[in-house]
Design a protein around this ligand. Sequence first.
Ligand code: NAP
Length: 290
Amino acid sequence: MLSPLPALSVPPALPRYRRYQRRCYLSFPWTDRVFLVNNLENRTALVTGSSRGIGAAIARKLAMHGAEVFIHGSRNAEVGQKVADEIRSEGGKAEFLVADLLEPESVVELFERLGGRAEKLDILINNAGIFGGDALESVELEDIQRVLTVNVTSLIIATREFVRRTKSRNGKIINISSAAARFPGLNASLYAASKAAVDALARSWAIELGPRGITVNSVSPGLIDTEMSAQHMPNRETVLRGVALRRMGLPDDIADVVLFLASDQSRWITGQVIPADGGQVAAATVLRTL
Ligand code: NAP
């Protein structure tokens, strides 16, 4: 006969993230084991483009589940620093790092600045990205280079540096692509092509890095309420009519999928592109067949 598990008490003085981590312990009457859900305790993560939007939500989520998180951004250091401060003030571990992904060499410098700490990285979230595009006739070489450098070249360099340096036995690489890779919007060919490349890279790296125990997946969001969509999608209301769940996605909707992929619960998933779009692509398929 199993003795009942002692109740988990939560001291009220504990910072919010620590309190949250306590709540993640689950116990069941039919076993004397206590399960820690999505535990990222002792894991270290780098989330590119986490000064705001989806990246900031991912960084907060991973920190909430115990990971030490490197926040990253380029233009607005104050905003990124604020995310790191907020996580620390809630009992999490975070540090803000700057690197401009328009300059792939600065990604290498970022890893060099991390020094020995880069060896301890377990999780790389390739989230940073920019929207770009125009009607083909108006596209300039500079536009092509800008979108592909941030969304593809720097992502490749970041992943190369991660793979060269990490000594983790639990490596997780998660790319943030876009539903646009499969269902491109009008005059957004550069963006769509860059995100299709991101998905292709995830599939290829999964094969290459599998023998090292590293999983690689892509998360493919639909419309998410961030500065990027507000700035580049003036017709968000129209797009929304094509979302099965009839609401705009939130950064946290994506962060929860990333949390799963970063945790041990997803250990048998690699080389996959996981759509997280509230049924946007499904609805688009229906519309296109009408
Ligand atoms: P966002 O609000 O515009 O945030 C972008 C993040 O990337 C910021 O932290 C930004 O930091 C960073 N970043 C941009 N250019 C950079 C550069 N040159 N160097 C370093 N960092 C840079 O975007 P989001 O909507 O959260 O999107 C995040 C990811 O999700 C992107 O890959 C995007 O393509 C993808 N996505 C978004 C949606 C959507 O509807 N929002 C849908 C599908 C996929 P700084 O400001 O400091 O440069």
